[in-house]
Design a protein around this ligand. Structure first.
Ligand SMILES: [Zn+2]
Length: 307
């Protein structure tokens, strides 16, 4: 029998304090929907479908046992329930503590036939996104909380309020492994296409610069810097080091972090990828308070950088 490994966190602020659990599908649903004593949010425990080697963080995820969608008012519990039944997808739904007559807040937990390897998570997540869009696309504004893309994401375990609802959909376990494989192929093709476009843009910019030779104007120099920082990993790395940024992560995920955000001034949530293929912009991840985003060229210009 397939067992679902999950990690329970008695306190979400203590990423080292973990209880490793393994349940059958039915018992996992029972665990998630269990009646618990109502407590303040700060004292609510949490769970994650991931197993960790070390504290709770994306890079320590070794595998995941199921897919979880957090829905906040974009579709109703009833709509989700009926849709999953009609499409025959094995799943478990339960409402969150903040669910009531006016707010549809609930979770959809979907089992996979096999463990999801931590390093394949990105593709399972992409597969989950396209499945969600194709399944719930008919409902206007249907969406789910995209912070689920973090492999290490943890979810509060709630207690029953007077509005508590849950449902088990028997259905079939979808071929998530195959879907993730398809998503991976699509992703690789897209990345190859973008890399080719980067090379073409860079070659064009260099040719232009050469044609201008010594008579290159300030504005042409500036344009060239924007193009180089948009398309060239080595120029982005040079700039990151000049900026005093820290470079973290391996291979295609290398990011320059800890530089000051031009809008909020903080440096604890800023990043840009060294390899621009996945995303070429620079970001401040203080989503609610700042959410600054612009090109790396602009970041360079306001820091008075020149090539
Ligand atoms: Zn900011």
């Amino acid at each position: 029998m397939r067992l679902y490994n999950i990690t329970a966190f008695p306190n979400i602020r203590q990423p080292d304090n973990q209880i490793k659990l393994a349940y059958s599908w039915l018992n996992l649903c029972r665990f998630l929907g269990k009646q618990r004593k109502p407590v303040a949010k700060i004292r609510q425990g949490a769970w994650s479908p991931a197993s960790f080697d070390g504290k709770r963080s994306n890079k320590n995820v070794t595998s995941l046992s199921c897919l979880v969608l957090d829905i906040d008012d974009s579709i109703t519990f009833g709509q989700a329930n009926v849709t999953l039944m009609v499409t025959n997808v094995r799943s478990y739904l339960h409402t969150s503590v903040s669910h009531d007559n006016n707010n549809d807040r609930f979770r959809i937990v979907i089992p996979t036939a096999e463990k999801i390897p931590g390093d394949e998570w990105t593709y399972y997540y992409l597969a989950l996104e396209s499945w969600f869009d194709e399944t719930f696309g008919a409902f206007e504004n249907a969406t789910f909380d995209r912070s689920a893309k973090d492999a290490a994401r943890a979810y509060y375990v709630g207690y029953h309020t007077m509005h508590f609802a849950e449902d088990f959909i028997e259905g079939k376990i979808l071929d998530w492994k195959g879907r993730a494989q398809d998503a991976k192929e699509k992703y690789m093709i897209e990345m190859a296409k973008r890399r080719k476009e980067q090379e073409e843009r860079l070659a064009l910019a260099e040719k232009k610069k050469q044609n201008l030779g010594k008579h290159i104007s300030l504005s042409d120099k500036r344009k060239y810097m924007y193009e180089a920082l948009r398309n060239d990993s080595s120029e982005r790395r040079k700039f990151a080091l000049w900026l005093g940024a820290t470079i973290v992560g391996g291979e295609s995920c290398e990011r320059a972090i800890s530089w000051n955000c031009p809008r909020c001034g903080l440096d604890d949530c800023t990043y840009f990828y060294i390899d621009p293929t996945r995303s070429s912009s620079a970001y401040c991840n203080h989503k609610k308070t700042c959410n600054w985003r612009d090109s790396v060229g602009y970041l360079a210009e306001i820091n008075c950088y020149s090539l």
